[in-house]
Design a binder for this molecule. Structure first.
Ligand SMILES: Nc1nc2c(ncn2[C@@H]2O[C@H](COP(=O)(O)OP(=O)(O)OP(=O)(O)O)[C@@H](O)[C@H]2O)c(=O)[nH]1
Ligand SMILES: [Zn+2]
Length: 352
């Protein structure tokens, strides 16, 4: 029956619900994002059963809570836990002011699949990965999801369809076309900037660029993204051909709000990797399967990849693309980004 929402459509709804502060249902648990939860909804959820807070092992580690489920911790809520207690566990902004939040009791028994799915959903909705779950009677009207490989696969690699394309002459490359691709799960669109007419039967000069609003648009000096973007387009313009994928994976996949939370932590003295971990994220949440799928769909099988990041090469190769050459894209540092670039080289394996 075509009028019943598909899994991708249900996922799109679930993300929107969580961002609005509405719980969704996962394997019979009501699951709400702490970041957007209202006091009224917290009270109503607590009235249905015993709420459990799911945090990633990264966030649990910062809070010195045991993560018996490997990649996540399920924390029992004390009877007097209110929204401010939950928010303090979810958001590290106040960690230095109020370092001791425990003792925290982590659960050991029972399955954690719904909790794991809930955290993956929070991340994909670009919310802080902290979810409140209650197993109890399910009110009507909520979006219902089931954990499993189909959902996991969809979260990592939605199906992308071409929507529109047109000529956009650029300063560094006048013969340029911009292609827009839309995923079927309501997530963000991604773009391909095609310069010249790159032949499909030869390796193409290519770049997988992740969105950086601060660097690309505002010219922030805190990272190297803006100069890298311009240098890549310039090199493709000079060569007369190339393809730059502009992937809307702001902040290495955590979204702009969380990236600004990470920047605020960096102002407190944490580096870019530590800041992501304290927020509950991995240092890099990006999945380059989308990039590989877009290149393949545009007819490219072999690339000369402009990057300093060996993970990008590995991920494209794992998806069946041939990286015939890694072309370094090293920008001169400035006094605001030198430490950041050092951390990328030392902790994230960047070849700088
Ligand atoms: N979470 C987080 N993201 C950041 C920070 N600084 C920059 N970014 C993001 O990092 C990403 C950089 O993307 P890329 O330049 O494509 O990738 P890369 O891993 O640096 O690899 P290269 O191909 O060598 O440039 C963008 O999404 C930026 O928004 C930061 O301090 N924290
Ligand atoms: Zn940047």
């Amino acid at each position: 029956m075509s009028l019943i929402p598909t899994l991708a459509e249900t996922l799109a709804r679930a993300r929107a619900d969580l961002r609005m502060g509405l719980p969704v249902v996962i394997d019979g648990h009501l699951a709400a994002a702490v970041e957007t939860l209202s006091p009224e909804r917290l009270a109503d959820l607590a009235g249905l059963g015993a709420p459990v807070l799911a945090l990633t092992d990264r966030r649990a580690g910062t809070l010195k809570a045991r993560a018996y489920d490997g990649d996540l911790a399920r924390i029992a809520l004390p009877g007097d836990a209110g929204l401010s207690w939950l928010r303090a566990l979810a958001d590290p902004a106040g960690d230095l002011m109020t370092p001791l939040k425990g003792p925290l009791t982590s659960l050991r028994d029972g399955p954690a699949d719904a909790h794991r799915t809930a955290l993956a959903l929070a991340k994909s909705a670009q919310l802080l990965p902290a979810m409140l779950l209650v197993a109890g009677p399910v009110p009507p009207g909520l979006t219902v999801l089931r954990s499993g490989p189909a959902l996991t696969q969809l979260l990592a690699a939605p199906h992308l369809a071409p929507v529109a394309r047109a000529r956009v002459p650029l300063l560094p490359a006048e013969r340029t076309r911009l292609h827009v691709f839309r995923p079927d799960d309501g997530a963000e669109e991604h773009y391909a900037v095609e310069i010249g007419d790159p032949p499909r039967d030869a390796p193409v000069l290519a770049r997988l660029h992740s969105a950086c609003f601060t660097g690309d648009v505002l010219g922030s000096l805190k990272c190297d993204c803006g100069p890298q973007l311009q240098a890549a387009l310039g090199a493709m313009g000079q060569a007369g051909a190339g393809v730059l994928l502009y992937l809307n994976q702001e902040g290495r996949g955590i979204g702009l709000a969380n990236k600004m939370r990470a920047y605020a932590l960096q102002d407190q003295g944490f580096d870019t990797v530590e800041a992501n971990h304290r927020l509950g994220f991995e240092d890099d949440e990006r999945d380059f399967r989308i990039g590989a799928a877009l290149l393949a769909r545009m007819g490219f099988a072999r690339v000369r990849l402009m990057t300093n990041n060996p993970r990008k090469v590995a991920m494209l190769t794992a998806q069946g693309l041939e990286v015939t050459e890694r072309v370094p894209l090293i920008m001169p540092p400035n006094r605001h980004n030198a430490a950041y670039l050092d951390v990328k080289a030392q902790k994230s394996g960047h070849l700088l």
